[in-house]
Ligand binder design. Structure first.
Ligand SMILES: [Zn+2]
Ligand SMILES: [Zn+2]
Length: 159
């Protein structure tokens, strides 16, 4: 399973090819590490986030949203140019071709599992069925929790 995460201590991005092969996830830059219990991984799928231990992960397409958006914009611009040169068939053809490629990319792209708490991305060979799509309520719960932690940290720093 591939693992992509930002170090919780120094914030650097890391990419681990066989995360389950090592008993710990670590940062080579600042020395942070976390033990990974063998039971955290089941059939190449994480049972919880390997970086922070959070139980909730959501499934999404492993496709950067801004790339998809840029792609649509390029298609629209090319289509507008064709339209300006009075080539309506070209204009429509270009739009349809770009929409089709966009759709294909979306269908062919593999899924990735993202942690609600630390946003680490886990890429197992095949994702188990039980993982659900992004849930706003769950995300909100983690956001609130994060805020309370930050407030508590600030309060204790003031004392
Ligand atoms: Zn680090
Ligand atoms: Zn996490």
């Amino acid at each position: 399973m591939q693992l992509q995460f930002a170090c919780p201590k120094c914030g650097r991005q890391h990419f681990v090819e066989d995360a389950e092969a090592s008993p710990r996830v670590s940062c080579a830059d600042c020395g942070w590490y976390r033990e990974v219990a063998a039971e955290s991984v089941q059939q190449d799928n994480p049972r919880r986030c390997l970086v922070c231990g959070c139980d909730d992960l959501w499934r999404q397409k492993d496709f950067p949203q801004h790339v998809g958006l840029a792609f649509v914009v390029v298609g629209a611009v090319l289509s507008t140019i064709a339209w300006a040169y009075v080539r309506p068939l070209w204009a429509i053809g270009i739009l349809m071709a770009f929409a089709l490629v966009d759709l294909l990319l979306f269908v062919l792209m593999p899924d990735v599992l993202v942690c609600y708490r630390c946003r680490s991305r886990h890429r197992p060979g095949r994702i188990a069925e039980h993982f659900g799509q992004f849930n706003l309520e769950t995300a909100e719960r983690y956001r609130q929790q994060q805020r309370r932690l930050e407030q508590a940290a600030r309060a204790s720093a003031d004392r």
